[in-house]
Every structure is written in structure tokens, then in C-alpha cells.
Design a protein around this ligand. Structure first.
Ligand SMILES: [Zn+2]
Length: 332
């Protein structure tokens, strides 16, 4: 937690002791409105957005647990009502977000919360899904891809729901290694390393990144992209299966919903759709783009529903990731 944050001031000009105490113990300000304004300014200047602890997860968790949540301070002040081991990390992220983004998401989730029934306990899992024994027990025998819930809800009737939270409609839905899905992943890695070696690159160096990336731009001759394309063609059904598995929440002993700030998607229903309709994976060409990527569309019964990018997170010596985004979520 960043401790060098200015506390608020009282009307008599003195520093607020409640703020100082809360800042050093918990990392946030007291409840007085103008003190919180100062908190937002000071933190947003020093902290970058944190992808591991996304504000939307905390927001959804607290809104589902408590009634009458209307703004950022309500969320922070009610953070103790949920079970979570990384509250400070989430508070840091929510302090970096704009009032508008937060308030829009709050009104969305408040409008939808009755769908989930009477909630007893809310668990916000964060990166580690194994910190609560009761959740670990529920998820036994499931793989990481299958456990996509960020939040677990225990209802008053002791049944469970999972919620996968996306901060916006076009958030990435998956990111996993394409070479791990394909059975010749190791060979592909070798093809890539030999290609890079032939161009004079033996290991990843930050300063080479631009030059290396340009080798992977569309329209350039690149044996790795050609081999990857052919491998995907050969194992297309397998790739499509992994995509379906990544998008739905197969095999969980509880129902899972995905929320994205605009829609609540029942992943069981999505699964029914995806498994009953024809799924096609079609390569897209962007000959003039300056990006080290390969693009596909996913068609569901002939209609474009998702777009895929295959690309690196930075280090081209690793396997590229397969990243899926919604194009149009209205399945009908
Ligand atoms: Zn204060």
C-alpha cells in the first residue's frame, strides 16, 4: 500500500487525524466527502491501473452484498462486509477509476442484483482461487480455465453461484497460450526460434522488440505465422473446443454468470448456444496493419460473434496468447 498520501483537512485547517489513522492502517481516507476527493487526486497521480485487482470485481462484490451502494466511498466503506484477502489492492484500483465509470457500473449491477437471489456471503477471490477452503472444495477436479469466477456467492439456502467480472463489454474473455492448445506446440516454438535465429535474434532483449515485431507484421514472409496457420487448420476442431471451453464455464458444480457492465450473461445458456450451433473460425487479413498479430473471427451459425487476436504479451520468445473479444453479445 502506498503510504505517502495526503490526508484531508478539517475546517480549522488542521490535518484530519481520522484520515491519518485510516491511511496508515487501511490505506484509505475517512468518510468525509472532501477528504475523499483529495485521496482520489493523490492516488491517481502515483498509481497505474492494476490488471490483477480490477475495480469492477470489488464493486460487484460489495454491491451484491450490501444494499444502497451509490458511489466509490460506499464501496470502500463497506469493504469489510465481503470475504477477500486483497482488499487493499482492489481499493487502490478503484481509487484510480473515474467517478463516471464507477457510477455507471454501480447502477448496472444494482439493477441486476435481484437475479442472484438472497445472498448470504460474498467471496472475492482475486488471483488466488485457493484461499478459502469451501471454494477450493467446490472447485476440486477443475482446471484453471474452467474456474473463471472472480466472485463466489453463497446464498441463504446454501447454494452457490459464480460470477466472472469484466470491467467492460469489450474486455478480453480469455488469454491462454495457443501453442499449448496445439499438439505440435513444441515444434512451432522451434520453428519460431530458428526463424528468429536466422534474423540474428537469439534471446529477448527489450531494445530489439520493435525490430523483432516488424518481422511478424502481416504481409511479410514469416515461416512461423505460416506454420501456426497450418497447425490451426489441421486442429481446428480442437482449437474451437478450447475456445468454447474458455468462453463458457463447463463442468462447474454451480451456475456461473458473466457481468460486463452492460449485460448479465448466463454461461449455461451461452454454452447451450455454442454447443448447438455451427462454430467457424475464419482468418482475417489486414495486409497493411503494423502489428505483430494474426486475426480470426468466430462465426456462430454464420454470424460474427467474437474476434480473436493471436499475439504476444511482450516477449516474442514465448508462445503467443489467444485473446477473444465479443463483437456482438446478443445471442438470439
Ligand atoms: Zn479525514
Amino acid at each position: 500500500m502506498n503510504k505517502i498520501i495526503k490526508p484531508g483537512f478539517l475546517k480549522n485547517g488542521k490535518v484530519c487525524k481520522t484520515c491519518i489513522k485510516l491511511l496508515s492502517n487501511k490505506g484509505y481516507y475517512c468518510k468525509r466527502g472532501d477528504h475523499s476527493i483529495e485521496r482520489i487526486i493523490s492516488i491517481s497521480n502515483t498509481n497505474r491501473k492494476n490488471v490483477d485487482y480490477n475495480f469492477a470485481e470489488l464493486l460487484v462484490a460489495v454491491c451484491l452484498k450490501c444494499d444502497n451502494i451509490g458511489n466509490r466511498d460506499d464501496i470502500i466503506n463497506n469493504v469489510e462486509t465481503i470475504k477477500c484477502l486483497k482488499k487493499d489492492e482492489y481499493i487502490k484500483d478503484i481509487n484510480c477509476r473515474s467517478e463516471k465509470q464507477i457510477n455507471n457500473y454501480i447502477s448496472f449491477i444494482n439493477k441486476e442484483k435481484k437475479k442472484f437471489g438472497k445472498i448470504k456471503t460474498v467471496y472475492l477471490l482475486g488471483k488466488n482461487t485457493n484461499c478459502f477452503p469451501e471454494i477450493t472444495e467446490l472447485n476440486q477436479n477443475l482446471s484453471q480455465i474452467q474456474c473463471k469466477s472472480d466472485i463466489m456467492l453463497k446464498l441463504v439456502n446454501n447454494s452457490w453461484f459464480g460470477i466472472s467480472v469484466k470491467s467492460q463489454k469489450d474486455s478480453f474473455l480469455t488469454n491462454y497460450s495457443i501453442q499449448k492448445i496445439l499438439s505440435n506446440g513444441k515444434e512451432l516454438e522451434k520453428v519460431k526460434r530458428d526463424f528468429l535465429k536466422s534474423k540474428g535474434y537469439l534471446e529477448f532483449k527489450k531494445e530489439d522488440r520493435k525490430k523483432i515485431n516488424s518481422l511478424f507484421y502481416p504481409g511479410k514472409e514469416n515461416i512461423y505465422w505460416d506454420s501456426l496457420y497450418n497447425s490451426i487448420e489441421i486442429e481446428k476442431e480442437k482449437v474451437i473446443c478450447s475456445i468454447k471451453e474458455g468462453l463458457c464455464s463447463s463442468n462447474t458444480p454451480y451456475k456461473v454468470y458473466e457481468v460486463d457492465g452492460e449485460n448479465v450473461i448466463d454461461l449455461d445458456k451461452l454454452q447451450e448456444e455454442l454447443y448447438s450451433k455451427k462454430i467457424e473460425l475464419v482468418k482475417k487479413e489486414y495486409p497493411n496493419k503494423k502489428a505483430a498479430k494474426m486475426w480470426y473471427d468466430i462465426l456462430v451459425d454464420g454470424i460474427k460473434k467474437y474476434s480473436i487476436e493471436i499475439r504476444w504479451k511482450g516477449n516474442v520468445f514465448c508462445s503467443p496468447q489467444i485473446i477473444i473479444q465479443k463483437i456482438n453479445i446478443s445471442f438470439s
